[in-house]
Design a protein around this ligand. Structure first.
Ligand SMILES: NC(=O)c1ccc[n+]([C@@H]2O[C@H](COP(=O)([O-])OP(=O)(O)OC[C@H]3O[C@@H](n4cnc5c(N)ncnc54)[C@H](O)[C@@H]3O)[C@@H](O)[C@H]2O)c1
Length: 372
């Protein structure tokens, strides 16, 4: 089978720490033949490390999508996800787009419709679905072990973790702060485990109390963000009711005076059992545990299935994104016609719709009713 030809749009952090190193693990299956970034030297640098010798470099994605490619990866800031993904689909490409799907639900819907119209594949970079703990919990939910899940908490809490690179604190470019940035991951895994995509009513609050006021060094790193240009919320909370009566509470922060630092995690409560993704003894790291509250022999029991990720197979990952290798494998399988996508466009649309409704509810002070 010929190698899949892939083009990358946006050669910043996520492209060079998740997409490219994970695709590079499968040199027999794919090759990166095109790189685009509005900052040319970023595309040149990424090509030098990950590209074929004759890979093309562009500063305008419209040129890249004209090439004969099997897939385009969209790794730009949130503002341009929809525009680039729709254009790439219309030009006949399959698309892997980074999260969040889009800056609002209208732009997300345009992506869903473009994929349906063209018959091309579209998926979103929710790699946390592929972690061992998430997969274990999903299997438990599908097998019926949890019963009906009627309540869940989506956790996306950082104590101090305001991104210091890129345009993350720019409202126009990103659409918001921690809610759209990391709340999107925890809501995605929560809805997927519940298999519930019918929200009907959403309320929410956003706060900007720390991002504009704190000195950068409270983050405990050498990198500082600029409080003077901080435009987005630093914490957001949402309460979502679903058609079947289920409820989800979503908590997200980049800066919050909390002791409970958990992101891309969920707690679910079912009629037969419940489960929580946690860090052991509150320790931060990738070694999450899954604690299951169930009943065995008529008694309440807590189980801890082994959900270890093992060691990363790639030593050169600057950031370790658990689940990212499996995400890449699933994507390559789908492109080769050997497997189904796991992250479906309409599911990602619903995540975007709920996030938008939380922002709207926070701005208006009113509950948002979703009828579509
Ligand atoms: N899956 C995850 O866990 C995860 C983690 C981090 C970031 N992300 C997502 O990845 C996206 C990018 O984030 P990042 O951290 O890589 O940011 P970044 O700023 O490091 O990289 C973005 C790159 O896109 C380039 N760019 C901007 N507009 C462009 C355009 N129109 N055409 C071509 N290139 C363009 C920029 O020059 C930059 O190099 C965001 O949507 C973010 O939410 C996902």
């Amino acid at each position: 089978m010929a190698k899949l030809k892939i083009g990358i749009v946006g050669c910043g952090n996520i492209a060079t720490t998740k997409h490219l190193p994970n695709l590079a693990k499968f040199p027999d299956r794919c090759e990166i033949v095109a790189f685009c970034d509005i900052v040319e030297e970023k595309a040149v640098k990424a090509k030098a490390k990950y590209g074929t010798p004759d890979a093309k470099v562009f500063t305008d994605y419209k040129e890249l999508i004209k090439m004969d490619l099997d897939a385009v990866h969209v790794c730009t800031p949130n503002r341009s996800h929809s525009e680039i993904a729709v254009a790439a689909l219309e030009a006949g490409n399959n698309v892997m787009c980074e999260k969040p799907m889009a800056i609002n639900s209208a732009e997300a819907l345009a992506m869903v419709e473009a994929a349906e119209r063209t018959g091309k594949l579209l998926t979103i970079g929710y790699q946390n679905r592929f972690r061992v703990d998430t997969q274990t919990l999903k299997k438990m939910a599908v097998s019926g072990e949890l019963g009906d899940i009627y309540m869940a908490k989506a956790h996306a809490l950082r104590r101090r973790g305001i991104p210091t690179w890129g345009v993350f604190t720019n409202k126009f470019e990103q659409g918001g702060g921690p809610l759209i940035d990391i709340g999107t991951h925890s809501l995605d895994i929560t809805l997927w485990i519940m298999d519930n995509y019918k929200p009907v009513a959403v309320s929410g609050s956003t706060y900007n109390t720390l991002g504009t006021t704190l000195a950068g060094d409270e983050q405990g790193t050498e990198d500082h963000w600029d409080p003077k240009t901080y435009e987005v919320e630093d914490a957001a909370f949402g309460f979502v009711k679903f058609e079947n009566g289920a409820t989800v509470f979503l908590e997200s922060s980049w800066a919050l005076n909390t002791t409970d630092e958990r992101q891309a995690m969920t707690t679910v409560y079912g009629t037969k059992a419940g489960a929580a993704m946690e860090f052991p003894m509150g320790a931060k790291g990738t070694d999450r545990v899954l604690r299951v509250n169930t009943v065995q022999n008529g008694r309440q029991t807590i189980l801890e299935p082994n959900v270890s990720e093992g060691k990363s197979s790639s030593a050169d990952l600057i950031f370790n994104y658990p689940g990212a290798e499996k995400e890449a494998i699933t994507w390559l399988n789908a492109l080769e016609g050997k497997g189904e996508l796991v992250v479906k466009p309409r599911q990602a649309y619903t995540v975007t719709r709920i996030l938008e409704a939380i922002y709207e509810a926070a701005n208006t002070g009113k509950t948002v009713y979703i009828k579509d």
